[in-house]
Design a protein around this ligand. Structure first.
Ligand code: GLN
Length: 284
């Protein structure tokens, strides 16, 4: 139990405890204290001397312990910023990552502002990529697919909250729900973590099915390489997020499925992260 009596002390005590598990201990502490008193973070700076009453202290201790056990801030607060949008997230979905904004940015470079294209997001999770594109390209129709019923419910909630009328969320396995459709752009941040990856320890609060893709982490990418050609228009492009060390294997998989103009782009941290592949015009 924390014995902090003021907001200021509660923040500094929580910061000290969080330093062991978080690289953003101070910010996490501020957000958790703000949440425990149900006020915006800005309130803390104006009222550091205010008392934290008994029930606020209990609420703080509860969420602090969740964070200390490694739960991401986003699951505790239920929200995460992505592409300047505030998204609802739940433990049924991955927490959207900054590197996935690279995928959004590349997609927006491909889609002209006024385009009325059909765009598909496979493995949408909380819908981050789909809603970010939909929000910037309001004449495009985005279809967002995920195999998890719970994830699709979260994606639908984000579509509703952002008041987007150009996103349809469908539950199903990869291309199955859109078998007879054609898209100009297909985007995906599929699971790509290896079965025995040491990083899984730090990702333990997140859904395994959104992370893991076989021994080499490439099983989902193999499915997409095989199944997406037939639902892509001539001249269409597919964009896949992948691990920083998977660039070469992803290119090989795509080449073996007859994809062309394969190009990898780095994320903001300088790691190879998103590969684009084309379906040339006129090919079956
Ligand atoms: N980028 C995530 C991570 O390693 C993995 C996401 C994924 O598998 N799509 O933290």
């Amino acid at each position: 139990m924390t014995d902090s009596s003021s907001i200021g002390t509660a923040v500094s005590d929580a910061t000290t405890r969080l330093a062991a598990v978080s690289e953003s201990a101070r910010l996490d502490a501020e957000l958790l204290v703000a949440r425990s008193i149900n006020m915006p973070r800005s309130y803390l700076f104006a009222h550091p001397e205010d008392d934290l009453d008994e029930s606020a202290q209990q609420r703080l201790e509860y969420i602090l312990e969740r964070r200390l056990r490694g739960e991401p801030m986003a699951y505790i607060t239920g929200i995460k910023e992505f592409w300047s949008l505030e998204l609802v997230v739940s433990p049924a979905t991955l927490v959207p990552r900054p590197e996935t904004e690279t995928l959004v940015s590349l997609a927006l470079q491909e889609i002209p502002r006024q385009a009325e294209w059909q765009v598909l997001d496979l493995g949408t999770g909380c819908g981050a990529i789909a809603v970010a594109i939909a929000n910037e390209r309001c004449n495009c129709a985005i279809t967002a697919v995920d195999s998890s019923i719970d994830a699709i419910a979260v994606a639908r909630q984000n579509v509703r909250q952002l008041d987007l009328s150009n996103v349809t969320c469908l539950q199903g396995d990869w291309t199955h729900p859109v078998q007879n459709r054609q898209f100009r752009v297909i985007v995906s941040n599929p699971p790509y973590v290896r079965a025995n990856d040491a990083a899984l320890e730090t990702l333990r609060a997140e859904p395994r099915m959104a992370l893991l893709a076989g021994v080499d982490g490439l099983d989902a990418i193999r499915i997409l390489a095989r199944d997406c050609r037939s639902i892509l228009e001539n001249d269409g492009v597919m964009m896949l997020e992948h691990g920083a060390d998977q660039q070469r294997s992803v290119a090989d998989i795509l080449t073996s499925c007859a994809w062309e103009q394969i190009q990898c782009h780095n994320d903001y941290a300088g790691n190879p992260r998103v590969t684009l592949a084309h379906r040339p015009a006129g090919q079956p």
